[in-house]
Design a protein around this ligand. Structure first.
Ligand code: C2E
Ligand code: CA
Ligand code: CA
Length: 775
C-alpha cells in the first residue's frame, strides 16, 4: 500500500501527521487542565462569596440589633407601646427608622399580629401579615423576610416593660443597590430567588432572560462542555427557607482564555507543520536524491556501462559510502570483464590473439575491403623438440617467439604495426595478418621476420636453433573469405613443411584437394563403422625363390567410395594417420585378414600374410592385446602373421617400438622392414631391432633390369641383409628380367605385378590354383 507513494511524500505525511497528533493531544490536555483549574477557581470563588455574604449578613444583623435594642429600650416608646398609642408608635418607628436608614419598621403584638405597619404600609396589609407569620417571637432574633417581591434582613426585638409587651421588627432591604455592592465585593453576579421567581438580581434586565437561573441542577454541568457564559450555584440565603441566592460566575473570560490558547496552539501548530513539511522535504530530498542517483547508477551498471563517474554532489555519509561501494563494484566488474574478455580473446600462453579473435578481426578488415596477406608459420619438428626439452621449456620457446614477434611488429612504422594482427592459432602455429598496402614485398618482410625468429633461443645454458616454415595466402588472389583464407595460409605452411621449403605460397586448387580430403576422412570414418563396408582387402603373392612356391602374401587395403571411385590407399592411409583414424583402420585390417587366414586354413591353404602397420599402431597401448586376442579367437598361428613397418615408423619412439616388436617376435609374429633403402636408417641400426625381413623399396626394383646402379644397390643390400640373418624381399618386380636378376642376386622373395597384382581373396585363390612356377 505504502509503496504506491514516493519516499518523499511518505516522509512528509508521517511528520505532518505526527505533529498534528501532538497538537491535538496537547490541546486536549490543556483543555482538560484549564477546565479543571477554572472549575476549582470558581469553586473557590463561590466559597469565598458565600463567606462574604454571610459576614455581610451578620454585620448588618449586628447593626440592626443595636438599633432595635436602642429603640426597644426607649422609655417613651415603651410607654407608647404599653398604652398602644398608635400615633406615637408610628412616629417613633418612622423617625427611628429614618435615623438608622432601615427599610422596614413594624411593631407586632405578643401573638405576632401586626400592631402597626410602620414603614410597611407600602405593602398590602394581608401580604405583610402573611409574611410575618414565619417570624419567631422569642428574644432577639435575625431572619430573612420577604414581603411581596422584596427581600429584607429583619431583626425581631421584644419591647420589655419589664415583661415583653410587643415585638419591634426592623429590616433592611436587599435592593438592587445592595446586590450591586455585594457583586463588587465577591466578583459574582447575585440573584435572589423566592419560590422559583427572581426577586432581585445584579444582572441586567436583558441578561436575566438568557440565564438558566431557575433550573435545578445548575452545578452538574461540567465546565469542559459548558457553552453558557456563566456558571451558576444556588445557595441558601441567611437560613431562609423561602429565599435562596444564585451565585453566577462569568465564564466569558475563561472561554476567551481558552479560545486564545487554542488559536495560539493552532497558529504554532500551523507554523510547525509548515516548517516540518519543509524539513521533511529537505530530509526526504536528502534521502531520495541520493537514492535516485544510486538508482540511476545501478541502471547504468546493469546496462553494462561500468564506468562510475566521480561523485560531484555531496551526499550523506552512508550514501557516499554506498556510492563508493558501487564505484568499487563497477571497477571490479569492469576489471573482471576485461580479464574475461582478455581470456576469451587471447591465447593465454603467449598473450597473442587466439584463433577466434584474429578470425573475427580479419573478417572486419576484409569487409572493409582491406587486402590482407596472411602469413602462417610453424616450427620444424616442434613435437620432437617438445618431447626432448619438456613441455614447460617448449612453452617458454613459444612464448619467446611471441615476444620477439611483438617486438618485431613494434619496431615497424606505427601505421603499419597498427593494422597488423598476430595470433597463435595452434600449438606451434602462428598467424600474422598484414595489410598488403603496408608492405612492398611480403617475401622480404618474411625474410626479416625469419631472421629475427630464428636467432638462437636459450634454455638456461642450452642453445636451441629453430627452423621455421612460412605459408602465405592473400586476399587478392586467394579469396576474401576470412576462414578460407586462413585455411589456405595454413595449408601453404603444411606444404612448406612437406616440401621442406622455407616459404610456400598457397596454390590454386590445393584447398579443393584439402576439402576433398576432409570429406574423405569423414567417409572413411563411417566406412570403418559400417557393417556393409566399402572397404575390402587385396592380397598380393610373394614368390619364394628357394622353393618356387607362393607361401607368403601381402594384405593391402582397398576402398571403392560412394561415387564408385577407387581411392588411392597410400592417400587415404596417409589421411587416416593424420586424422588419428589409423588405429581403427589397422584393427579393421587385422580382423579381416585374420578371419581370411582362418578361412583359408580351413580350406587347406596355408599362407604367411603381411599386414602393414603404422608407427601409431605399434605405439598404441591395446595393439598387442588386440592382435593376440584376434589370433587366438580365430585360432591361427602367430607365425602366419608378418608385421610390416617402414624404416621411418621404426625410427619413431624407438625404445618403445623395439620393446613391443621384441615381445611380438617372442610370441611368433614376424617383423618386416618395409620400403627399405629410401629412409636414413643404416643396416647397423637394424641389427639392434628384432627384424626378420627386409623389403627393398620398389623404386630400386621397378627398373632393375635397366639400371646397373640399382642392381649394385640391390645385390649388395641382399648380401648385407643375409649377413645380418635377414630374409630379403624385392617388391615391384614387373618383368622377367628383373626376376632373373634377383634370382642371381640370391634374393629370398619376389613380389610384383610380374607375378600378380594385388587380388581379392577369391581371385587370389583362383590365381593360386592356376599358378605355375615362374622359376
Ligand atoms: P606398400 O606397403 O609398399 O605396398 C606395396 C605397394 O606396391 C602396393 O600398392 C602394391 O600394389 C604396389 N606394388 C606391388 N607390386 C608392384 C609392381 O610391380 N609395380 C608397381 N608399380 N607397384 C607394385 P598399394 O596397394 O597401392 O599400396 C600403397 C601403400 O598403401 C602401401 O605401400 C602401404 O604403405 C599402404 N597400404 C596399403 N594397404 C595398407 C594397409 O592395409 N595398411 C596400411 N597401414 N597401409 C597400407
Ligand atoms: Ca607393405
Ligand atoms: Ca613397400
Amino acid at each position: 500500500m505504502l509503496t504506491r507513494f514516493s519516499l518523499k511524500s511518505q516522509i512528509t505525511w508521517l511528520s505532518t501527521s505526527l505533529i498534528l497528533m501532538t497538537v491535538i493531544l496537547l490541546t486536549a490536555s490543556y483543555w482538560f487542565r484549564i477546565a479543571d483549574y477554572a472549575e476549582s477557581q470558581i469553586e473557590r470563588q463561590m466559597y469565598f462569596a458565600q463567606n462574604v455574604l454571610n459576614q455581610n449578613l451578620s454585620s448588618k444583623e449586628q447593626v440592626l440589633i443595636t438599633a432595635a435594642s436602642v429603640l426597644a429600650a426607649d422609655f417613651g416608646f415603651k410607654q407608647a407601646v404599653a398604652t398602644r398609642d398608635k400615633n406615637t408608635i408610628d412616629s417613633v418607628l418612622i423617625n427611628h427608622g429614618k435615623r438608622i436608614k432601615a427599610d422596614l419598621m413594624m411593631l407586632l403584638d405578643l401573638e405576632g399580629k401586626l400592631l402597626t405597619t410602620g414603614t410597611a404600609d407600602q405593602f398590602a396589609k394581608t401580604d405583610v401579615e402573611n409574611s410575618i407569620q414565619i417570624l419567631p417571637l422569642q428574644g432577639v432574633y435575625a431572619q430573612i423576610l420577604s414581603i411581596d417581591d422584596k427581600v429584607f434582613q429583619v431583626i425581631v426585638v421584644p419591647v420589655k416593660a419589664p415583661r415583653a409587651i410587643a415585638y419591634v421588627v426592623i429590616g433592611f432591604e436587599f435592593d438592587q443597590l445592595v446586590l450591586t455592592q455585594l457583586k463588587e465585593l465577591v466578583s459574582l453576579e447575585l440573584t435572589l430567588i423566592k419560590n422559583d421567581t427572581i426577586v432581585q438580581s445584579s444582572f441586567d434586565e436583558s441578561d436575566i432572560a438568557n440565564q438558566p437561573l431557575l433550573e435545578n441542577n445548575l452545578q452538574s454541568e461540567s465546565l469542559l462542555l459548558s457553552t453558557s457564559d456563566y456558571f451558576h450555584q444556588t445557595i441558601a440565603f441567611g437560613g431562609s427557607s423561602e429565599v435562596s441566592v444564585v451565585l453566577s460566575a462569568s465564564l466569558v473570560e475563561i472561554h476567551q482564555d481558552f479560545n486564545r490558547l487554542i488559536s495560539s496552539i493552532l497558529a504554532i501548530a500551523i507554523v510547525v507543520i509548515v516548517i516540518a513539511i519543509g524539513f521533511s522535504r529537505i530530509l526526504s530530498r536528502g534521502i531520495s536524491t541520493p537514492l535516485t542517483i544510486l538508482m540511476k547508477l545501478t541502471k547504468k551498471i546493469g546496462s553494462g556501462n561500468l564506468d562510475v563517474p566521480k561523485l560531484t554532489k555531496s551526499l550523506p555519509r552512508e550514501f557516499s559510502e554506498l556510492y563508493q561501494g558501487f564505484s568499487v563494484m563497477g571497477s571490479a566488474i569492469e576489471h573482471r570483464e576485461a580479464e574475461i574478455k582478455y581470456q576469451a580473446e587471447r591465447d593465454l600462453l603467449t598473450g597473442l590473439f587466439n584463433r577466434h579473435t584474429i578470425l573475427t578481426q580479419i573478417e572486419g578488415y576484409l569487409r572493409n575491403d582491406i587486402n590482407l596477406a596472411l602469413v602462417t608459420f610453424n616450427i620444424k619438428a616442434f613435437k620432437v623438440l617438445n618431447d626432448t626439452v619438456g613441455v614447460a621449456n617448449g612453452d617458454a620457446i613459444l612464448k619467446e617467439i611471441a615476444d620477439r614477434l611483438q617486438v618485431f611488429i613494434g619496431k615497424l612504422d606505427s601505421q603499419v604495426s597498427a593494422y597488423m594482427l598476430a595470433a597463435r592459432t595452434n600449438s606451434d602455429e602462428f598467424l600474422l595478418s598484414i595489410p598488403m598496402s603496408s608492405v612492398d614485398n611480403v617475401e622480404s618482410f618474411i625474410q626479416l621476420l625469419q631472421l629475427e625468429l630464428e636467432r638462437p633461443y636459450w634454455l638456461g645454458d642450452v642453445k636451441i636453433n629453430l627452423s621455421l616454415y612460412f605459408g602465405v595466402a592473400n586476399s587478392v588472389e586467394h579469396g576474401v573469405e576470412a576462414e578460407r583464407l586462413m585455411r589456405r595460409s595454413s595449408m601453404a605452411v603444411a606444404a612448406a613443411d612437406e616440401e621442406q621449403v622455407f616459404v610456400r605460397y598457397y596454390q590454386q586448387g590445393e584447398d579443393e584437394a584439402y576439402l576433398y580430403k576432409i570429406r574423405l576422412i569423414d567417409e572413411l570414418e563411417s566406412a570403418l563403422e559400417s557393417d556393409n563396408s566399402p572397404l575390402f582387402m587385396n592380397y598380393q603373392p610373394k614368390l619364394n625363390f628357394k622353393t618356387g612356391e607362393i607361401d607368403k602374401l601381402e594384405a593391402l587395403i582397398r576402398w571403392i567410395n560412394k561415387e564408385g571411385d577407387f581411392v588411392n590407399p597410400e592417400m587415404f592411409v596417409g589421411l587416416a594417420e593424420k586424422a588419428g583414424l589409423i588405429v581403427t583402420l589397422t584393427r579393421w585390417v587385422i580382423l579381416h585378414v585374420i578371419q581370411q587366414i582362418a578361412q583359408w586354413n580351413k580350406a587347406g591353404y596355408h599362407f604367411q600374410v603381411s599386414i602393414n602397420l603404422s608407427a601409431q599402431d605399434i605405439q598404441h597401448e591395446q595393439f598387442v592385446d588386440y592382435l593376440l586376442d584376434t589370433v587366438r579367437k580365430y585360432q591361427i598361428e602367430t607365425t602366419q602373421i608378418t608385421l610390416e613397418l617402414t624404416e621411418r615408423d621404426l625410427a619413431e619412439n624407438e625404445g618403445l617400438v623395439a620393446t613391443r616388436l621384441t615381445y611380438l617376435k617372442t610370441l611368433g609374429f614376424e617383423i618386416s622392414v618395409d620400403d627399405y633403402g629410401i629412409g636414413q636408417s643404416s643396416l647397423a641400426k637394424l641389427k639392434t631391432l628384432p627384424v626378420d625381413e627386409l623389403k627393398i623399396d620398389k623404386c630400386f626394383i621397378l627398373t632393375l633390369d635397366q639400371c646397373e646402379k640399382d642392381q649394385d644397390i640391390v645385390s649388395s643390400t641382399i648380401l648385407l641383409g643375409h649377413k645380418l640373418g635377414l630374409r630379403v624381399v624385392a617388391e615391384g618386380v614387373e618383368n622377367k628380367e628383373s626376376l632373373a636378376l634377383l634370382t642371381s642376386f640370391n634374393c629370398d622373395y619376389a613380389q610384383g605385378y610380374y607375378l600378380s597384382r594385388p587380388l581379392t581373396a577369391d581371385k587370389l585363390i583362383q590365381w593360386y590354383d592356376n599358378y605355375e612356377s615362374l622359376i
